[in-house]
Design a protein around this ligand. Sequence first.
Ligand SMILES: NC(=O)c1ccc[n+]([C@@H]2O[C@H](COP(=O)([O-])OP(=O)(O)OC[C@H]3O[C@@H](n4cnc5c(N)ncnc54)[C@H](OP(=O)(O)O)[C@@H]3O)[C@@H](O)[C@H]2O)c1
Length: 294
Amino acid sequence: MNVLLLGSSGFVGREIRRAFEGDHRVTSVSRRGSADSRAVDIRDSSALRALVAETVPDAVLLVAAYREPDFCEEHPEEAHRLNVEPARALARHLPAETRLLYVSTDYVFDGENPPYRETDSTSPISVYGQTKRDAEVALQGRANTTILRIPLQIGGGASLADCGFIGHMVAALQSPQPQQLDDVLLRFPTWTRDVAGAARFLVERGLDGIFHYSTPTGATRYALTLEVARLLGLPHEHLAPSREIIARKARRPFNSQLDDAKIRAAGYARHTPFQAVVRTVLAELPQDPLRNLA
Ligand SMILES: NC(=O)c1ccc[n+]([C@@H]2O[C@H](COP(=O)([O-])OP(=O)(O)OC[C@H]3O[C@@H](n4cnc5c(N)ncnc54)[C@H](OP(=O)(O)O)[C@@H]3O)[C@@H](O)[C@H]2O)c1
């Protein structure tokens, strides 16, 4: 398959790229470009159309987005430019026979009535969630279209600082500074590598419609950080649970658990446990002293 991957350098995109490469021809695209990805600004709809016309993909994977809720809350117009307009442009101009996979989020829900199935109404409570919902709406009714909703991502990178949520937890444990960590909002940290497998599964089987994919076990940031402390044998007495929601610019859902029975029934049931993900991510870091602790 000839695959056009938009957002290949990001946290999720780099695992999706890895999952498709080898068995498929992948054209990788990011905003800045690199030695092995093209630089195309997909906010520019003419550039996006030219890219599609040139590469003639069998499948387009739309992964690129502003994924920081606080950034989107402060920059709603800019968030709309990247998180909604490219989806609209692809809905209008992509040949009908080309498969489109769009990566969405659990933040399309308000978190009041979990767990959420694909048939539940969306109710975003942040600009980020609204933009992702608006992109989904733009794609509704298009044939050969898959929407994959995923929760908080955990995964690896070139360094601990590049490891997102896991990097933040380890940094909080390593720093001697007393710190309060959220102990209210339930999170469902799901491995980017498992998500990439889900994306490949859906595209290769040509499954249309909305699919949820999420780890089944939820915990707060505080509880997850303590689990990492136990796993690595690090002290955690300087960390305290915050029983009040720590104020941020964008509201977060209390519990936006995604019920992923539909994708499991379709045949994709991989769920790597949290501890195994943390161990793998740290072990794969090129040079990290924590490797010996894991
Ligand atoms: N991370 C999570 O916890 C999470 C949770 C739920 C859903 N999601 C969804 O998963 C998707 C991927 O998120 P992520 O965490 O991988 O994001 P990310 O790490 O911020 O990566 C964003 C990617 O988009 C590219 N990009 C940004 N602006 C672009 C532009 N104007 N034109 C072309 N490419 C552009 C970036 O390229 P450069 O590197 O060159 O800037 C990068 O490859 C998003 O749709 C997000 O909503 C993420």
